[in-house]
Design a protein around this ligand. Sequence first.
Ligand code: G3H
Ligand code: ZN
Length: 287
Amino acid sequence: MLVSAEKMLKEAVAGKYAVGHFNINNLEWTKAILLTAQENNSPVILGVSEGAGKYMCGYKTVTAMVTAMLEELNITIPVALHLDHGSYEGAKKALEAGFSSIMFDGSHYNIEENIEKTKEIVALCHSKGVSVEAEVGAIGGEEDGVIGSGEIADPNECKKIADLGIDMLAAGIGNIHGKYPANWAGLSFETLAKIKELVGDMPIVLHGGTGIPEEMIKKAISLGVAKINVNTECQLAFADATRKYVEAGKDLEGKGFDPRKLLAPGTEGIKAIVKEKMEIFGSINKA
Ligand code: G3H
Ligand code: ZN
């Protein structure tokens, strides 16, 4: 059964670790992440961007696939199905389709409009026991068509949004979607500490988890980060393993072109990344 992310994130804040949010794109991605989480007894959040939702034939298809997989793979760890960077309309659609957690990304609105819309989404989601993530500031770079300015969050605005009763807060602290450029200035721990001071035990979400050095991740967790989003790193691992398989001509040997064989190395690549992240985040054996 899918669960809201509320309880798992409160436990993460109390236990000083973070739950991994891994984006899914299809059956292989979902299966790889769920099996790795189960094998490592870790809670997990499956992230679905609006683009990936469309790719997977709509949110209802995604909910049906994930809930069936939980049953048929005997997944017993806590799993939240979470809309990633949802628009106002997208949030309502995913809620309707049975997602157990929703991110409403109103960071591109002015703060008053972000507050109004977030408030409405919180009321709708909480009436169904669904958790809500809101965003202040902006994550730099681009993810699935969502382009962010990289604006560092204003801690006072974070407090205003946190006070709306959301369950987790995404704040722009210099984090970027996709690979980090060589001249990246790093995370603003000063901003994170100020936000933490104002929002108390509110779980803070770190987007752009790909490529952030381990020491920075650990410091961010010590300052209240309880959910870390990873997407690009799984895509790179999948592409790399698939390329090696094809370049070695393995798709041409025997029945190597069978999609169940062709997609297997990439799926293993995703599993390795998910396990590595769970170790760094400290979520192993926390289910
Ligand atoms: O919302 C998802 C992410 O923030 C993932 O970022 O692709 O840089 O890992 P990433
Ligand atoms: Zn993100």
